[in-house]
Design a protein around this ligand. Structure first.
Ligand code: BUP
Length: 457
């Protein structure tokens, strides 16, 4: 008889950077005949996250939602104020409650895919069910190599230049997520614990592909970074298969505006869902866009969480007097959520100033849009290194980032933007060809084949 379809549970944590690849993976598995149980820890941090999950459930046959109610968590004494790190912690502390949810799931589960931020807390719970457990690593393979080697590196005090075993390039301390410099930070504790248990997972699933990060994937899969790592399964690029809900409003207007712009003429700017530039940097960027003379579409965030958006400043106050009037016609500024997938697909868009959240990098690669990297925090400098090395884009490394209080002047931004938009697009086009080939190469099918093999009897 034909083997029954694998039943896979997906457990995400918090933040669009983590949720997005889970939504895409869920849709991709379901469209290939897997049963998918999508576990959402509740309450969620942001209203937009809840909307994205219900949109996935509504649009994908074969995806069942499952709520995972969290225990109350008093964060007042936690060593971080970051709402996302606090949510990771709340979920980790509730992990024991997952056992009954997983063992009572019907139909019976064949595997769990767990967000990397939760894995050290979840792995023992899943092992007791028992259930084969895979990690979804939600960033680049380069970042994964830091994650798995960091427990060893951090056993001594951190050097100015980090050497990751098996990788040719060193990593300056300045480029790693800033909280990791503080051993007492909540994020550091979680990162080290998660890094330590990775060898005990059944596999590590990652949204990257051979052509984008060949050397790093080879080093990871031959035991050079750390010995004893399970297979690192590069399933990328995950495609934006289900349409994004228009939860911020207003972006149909942006697409209509793009329709009126010449092919490849517009630079799109977004710094992701968790970064608000400082008011001073926002004004310098506005001045830079104005002096560049480029057509632009700029998505502005002034708050970390969508719940706080209503307290936002007025646009004029944000950019300085008369900016919007002076750039009218050639520039467009939008607040809130846009459909980035649709924007990057639009032929008018020819460049992307990006914070280099990993999902954004993979989306730019898929479309062959060259990237001007301006990392802001977390893993983004590491990802910017991948962007530069792959040929997808360029990275002015001296532009400051989290905690450095470097103000990049408008004049410099304007100069750089002009040069960037005039630079040849061939290298990014090559990355696109490789990415499209990788999408057809069947990384996901090889993952599904593993589920069938590892099914408990
Ligand atoms: Br902002 C924004 N519309 O307005 P990343 C983001 N996105 O579709 P992040 C929109 O969210 P971390 C918007 O296309 C990408 O798929 C975007 O993920 C989409 O960055 C996703 O790029 C954002 O990984 O997360 O959210 O800053 O910093 O945690 O990596």
């Amino acid at each position: 008889a034909a083997a029954a379809a694998p039943q896979v549970a997906l457990l995400t944590s918090a933040g669009m950077g983590h949720l997005t690849p889970f939504l895409r993976l869920a849709a991709a598995l379901a469209s290939r005949g897997c049963g998918v149980t999508f576990i959402t820890p509740t309450p969620v941090v942001s209203a937009a996250e809840a909307r994205h999950v219900s949109d996935l459930v509504a649009s994908s046959d074969g995806v069942r939602p499952l709520e995972f109610p969290l225990l109350p968590f008093d964060s007042s004494s936690a060593a971080s104020t970051d709402p996302f790190f606090l949510q990771f912690e709340a979920i980790r502390r509730s992990a024991a409650l997952l056992g009954p949810l997983l063992s009572s799931a019907a139909p019976r589960l064949s595997a769990l895919i767990c967000d990397v931020s939760l894995i050290s807390a979840v792995l023992p719970v899943a092992a007791a069910v028992p259930l084969p457990t895979y990690v979804l690593f939600t960033s680049s393979a380069k970042m994964l190599s830091l994650c798995v080697s960091f427990p060893q590196i951090a056993a001594a005090s951190l050097p100015a230049i980090l050497k990751i075993p098996g990788l040719a390039e060193d990593l300056p301390l300045r480029s790693i997520p800033r909280p990791l410099r503080d051993p007492g930070n909540l994020f550091t504790t979680q990162f080290v614990e998660n890094g330590k248990v990775m060898p005990h997972a059944d596999g590590i699933v990652i949204n990257t592909w051979e052509a984008l990060e060949p050397a790093t994937l080879a080093a990871l899969n031959t035991g050079k970074v750390v010995p004893g790592l399970p297979p690192v399964v590069a399933i990328g690029p995950l495609l934006p298969e289900h349409s994004q809900p228009n939860s911020g409003g207003g972006d149909e207007d942006s697409l209509a505006w793009l329709d009126g712009q010449p092919t490849g003429s517009v630079v799109y700017l977004s710094f992701g869902s968790r970064t608000a530039l400082s008011p001073e940097q926002t004004r310098e960027l506005a001045a830079g866009l104005e002096s560049s003379g480029c057509q632009f579409l700029w998505v502005v965030k002034t708050k970390k969480l969508d719940k706080e958006e209503q307290e936002e400043q007025a646009m004029e106050e944000l950019f300085g007097d008369g900016f919007l009037r002076r750039v009218e016609g050639r520039g467009r500024v939008v607040k809130g959520w846009v459909d980035q997938g649709a924007i990057l697909t639009h032929p008018a868009v020819g460049g992307f100033v990006s914070h280099c959240g990993w999902n954004s990098v993979t989306e730019a690669a898929l479309r062959g849009i060259r990237v001007l990297a301006w990392p802001q925090l977390g893993d983004q400098r590491i990802n910017a290194g991948v962007v530069e090395k792959s040929g997808l884009g360029e990275w002015p490394m001296e532009w400051g980032w989290e905690g450095e209080r470097v103000l990049v002047q408008g004049e410099e931004i304007g100069r750089r933007l002009r040069r960037f938009m005039a630079s040849p697009a061939a290298a990014a086009a090559k990355v696109k060809d490789e990415t499209v080939r990788a999408a057809a190469a069947g990384g996901l099918e090889s993952l599904i084949a593993r589920f069938t093999k590892s099914r408990p009897t």
